[in-house]
Design a protein around this ligand. Sequence first.
Ligand code: DGJ
Length: 728
Amino acid sequence: MPIQFDEKNQFFHLFNDNFSYVIGIEKNRYLTHRYWGKRLPFYAGSNALQRIDRGFATNPFPEERTFSLNELPLEMSTQGNGDHRIPNFQIRSNSGHDVTDFHYQSYSISHSKKPLPALPSLRQNQSEVTTLSIRLVDSQQNLALDMIYTLFEDLSILTRSTAFTNQGLAEVYLENAGSMSVDMANDQLDLLTLYGSHTNEANISRQALRPGIQKIESSRGTSSPQHQPFLALMDPFTTEFDGEVFAFHFIYSGNFIAQVEREQYGSTRVQMGINPDHFEWVLKPQATFYTPEVVLNYSSSGINGMSQNFHTVYQQHLVNPVFKTKERPILLNTWEANYFDLSEKKLLDQAKQAAEVGIELFVVDDGWFVDRNAADSSLGDWQADLKKLPNGLKTLSKNVHNLGMQFGLWFEPEMVSRKSQLFQQHPDWALQVPSYPMTEGRQQLVLDLSRTDVQDYLIDTLSKQIQENAIDYIKWDMNRHLTEVGSLAFSAKQQKEIGHRYVLGLYHILEVLTTKFPNCLFENCSSGGGRFDPGMMYYMPQTWTSDNSDALCRSLIQYGYSYLYPPIMMGAHVSTVPNHQVGRFTPLDTRAWLAMSGNLGYELDLQTLSSQETEAIAKQISFYKKYRQLFQFAKFYRLQAPNQLFQSAWLFINEQEAMVICFNGLAQAAHPIQHLKLHYFQDDALYEEQSTQQRFSGVELNQAGILITRIKEDFHTFVFHYKKVGSC
Ligand code: DGJ
């Protein structure tokens, strides 16, 4: 799986069995992008560079008027000397100027992938990787820019990041430190992004690129439910099943930009990085600034192909290796059953009933710590409220363990309430800008995670809780975005570093805790999917997908998130009806199929259910346990996108069996003929459908499809379970 350098033609050819990526060196100075797509046996430069003397073009070599940086397909933008497209980086010198002139200097190739210092990045694990590092230098200021590429064996994945090093004697200021830039040789493309809001995450936007810049971003301090740090470009004819997709996903949990520029001569520049708004980094002499990593994903088999690539690489190379192949427990979360109204007796009764139906992990959500009776107090005071839990957490945890379940607890560690002992003792520990009011969200303030004393306090507090109370699972919540992003611990010059330093502080805390407690399962949550991103996923292998647990809404949200994340990463709970977020009644079965299509949990008061409902839940749980390998580790494909009647379908398939789940949405009188093609069955295998015992060839299921009949009931779910019984 090599990276080859063609000395004569000055091309780097990065390839494996799945794709090729070619970088050129032009004039011994500039890095150009020459090709990305289907695997080539070798690259000889058939798509030669365009050379035209254009109006308004500026020329680094005055006599060569056909050579302009503004048209060259660059692999890294240049600054202030003629490349007028969006910049990947901007460096201000000590004398206040905004120009650099980086030239190619050298390259190195290694067969390993170094973790990015202080940042999450894809892990090498056992597989083969090759890393190419290309160094550019600005000799005037003595700056180095390293472009780092890693290619993984057997995957259609390439990672990119950039490192800026100051080898000079004067400080310089990074006003923009993007992770990557690439100029693609096509502008007739669709742009795919995921957008949303609290309780309405991961909506799909697919639009034809228009001339100019199109950007999605976050300046909220976190990656946000508003926009996923992701974009993909694709041919307008690409579907879920066919066609090329070029996707980019950012392993970062703070402010980001993902932008494209469809420029004047038919190419498209793509960039991803930390959002330069509200950012600046003082790069001291001899210091290096590492940018977060971007995952580049090439699919020649449509959007499902793109998703498969992401699912595989995240499960194999991103999550904590302990959880790579570990089955996830079925949990009961107490939030919607109790909100803040807890007592030891109530929890124990709920735990007993949970154990009886087969739940494996009992999670006490918000409300368990001192005086936490509403959202307006106590964050930061992580001690059990003895009025609610007179025997303390240790006893509660012991009792839950005695029932044969694991014990889980909710924290919102990054926050502090004004009404808390922590804030009384350390008002300087909150993010703040002197003399300005501290804006509250959900009546809470944000701790200044850029401070090492705050980091140490949180590591200490959480470690004690985990140890003393034998905690098996932590739900790590974060329920507001950042304002007054300033720190009392840093100089005036460094205040624009605080947004990024906050994220680095968070990563440090998580790195220490997950290393100290490798078997403790951390679930990421930010009012649901508010910080569902690969950076958090590196530490926490699952995320509470959305605070909206209505089955119909969840079918849309989980559909959207499945573009990027496998079902095992999506916490999905069966909740009560009428649903607490939208008031809708949906059948218990449908709620369960939706939750089983993620990482199954329950979030309701089992004591309020009828005996038939409790029995049904016990059956769901034992069914899921039987097929957990399929739901949590099989390949997942989308078969039908949600239509106006909210019908959608997806598939779990492994070597032995397959489960087709079709949500029927709203019933309609004039039901059309609907044959759902299954696409991903093995053509020459024979399958038996388990409820009818009918046998079909894989190719027939793929090509002719299966009939979805009419049903006079809203929100019904059809499930077809096939086992492979031979070949044909
Ligand atoms: C927001 C989360 O998304 C909910 O699931 C719940 O944990 C509440 N916070 C608790 O305050």
